[in-house]
Write a protein that binds this ligand. Structure first.
Ligand code: NAP
Length: 254
């Protein structure tokens, strides 16, 4: 794992309490980052992760907040400012799926929740991170990794086209933002995970989905949260200083 030169860098990981985000937090702590662990509701998971990081000699703090709420995002970034005094990296990882539905069954509440959390949440957090990291605003530069999905390429037919479209928006957001802040010391990249073994599938009412879909993956297996987290840490690191606007599939070839 590439180390963090200069020490004391701070990363904020949205949805860091469980799944891919939790793996990012663990690896980031191991690489020397101080870690701000955002979560929405599951305080027990986030606090257990913080204790595990501390037990390993790292520094982490859990911050509750809904990324789809502007008030929560503002309060969270202010709390991170107070606790750590600097911000060097943002991982826009928080995201949700919903129950399997066709587009002609989706109601407004579902669509608004999907776009509010997955798309607007990422914009709001990036906005606040840029205000702190951009040299245009007196910052020291930094890196952002957005968590998209191969669903952005596949479209999610019969299952969740809304989710896939929200990730398509994240891809375009990544490309546009990377160009917008390219001269301000901030790199912006995205990973597109494929089928990863986390609790997100159960949250969409399909607990066995990852194992059931092994056959559609060229590598014939689901991925792990750790495998996605390693790619994210690499994109954040000084090993990737000339990479911005990249969309990296982490999907076993799917
Ligand atoms: P997960 O296991 O369900 O964990 C989701 C995390 O996001 C949890 O920590 C949750 O907080 C948090 N979260 C949910 N809504 C939030 C909100 N409104 N504000 C702040 N935090 C919120 O999910 P995962 O599988 O690790 O997915 C992480 C990211 O990877 C998502 O963007 C997802 O779309 C993407 N992805 C996953 C897969 C896959 O197969 N797993 C594939 C492609 C892309 P609580 O713990 O408090 O509930």
């Amino acid at each position: 794992m590439p180390g963090v030169s200069g020490g004391a860098k701070t990363v904020l990981v949205t949805g860091g309490g469980r799944g891919i985000g939790a793996a990012v937090c663990r690896f980031a702590a191991g690489a020397g980052y101080r870690v701000a662990v955002n979560y929405a509701a599951n305080e027990a998971s986030a606090e257990a992760l913080v204790r595990a990081i501390e037990a390993g000699g790292g520094e982490a703090v859990a911050f509750k907040g809904d990324v789809g709420s502007e008030a929560d995002v503002l309060a969270m970034f202010e709390a991170v400012d107070r606790r750590f005094g600097r911000l060097d990296a943002l991982v826009n990882n928080a995201g949700v799926v919903d129950r399997k539905q066709r587009v002609d069954e989706m109601d407004l509440a579902r669509l608004e929740r999907m776009m509010r959390i997955n798309v607007i949440g990422s914009f709001l957090c990036a906005r606040e991170a840029i205000k702190r990291m951009s040299t245009r605003h007196g910052g020291q530069g930094g890196a952002i990794v957005n968590v998209s999905s191969v669903a952005a390429l596949l479209g999610g037919p019969g299952e969740y086209v809304d989710y896939a479209a929200s990730k398509g928006a994240i891809d375009t957001f990544t490309v546009g933002l990377s160009k917008e802040v390219a001269t301000e010391g901030i790199r912006v990249n995205a990973v597109r995970p494929g089928i990863i073994d986390t609790e997100i599938h159960a949250s969409g009412g399909q607990p066995g989905r990852a194992a059931a879909m092994r056959d559609v993956v060229p590598m014939k297996r689901e991925g792990t949260a750790d495998e996605v987290a390693r790619a994210i840490l690499w994109l954040l690191s000084n090993e990737a200083t000339y990479i911005t606007g990249a969309l990296l599939n982490v999907s076993g070839g799917r």
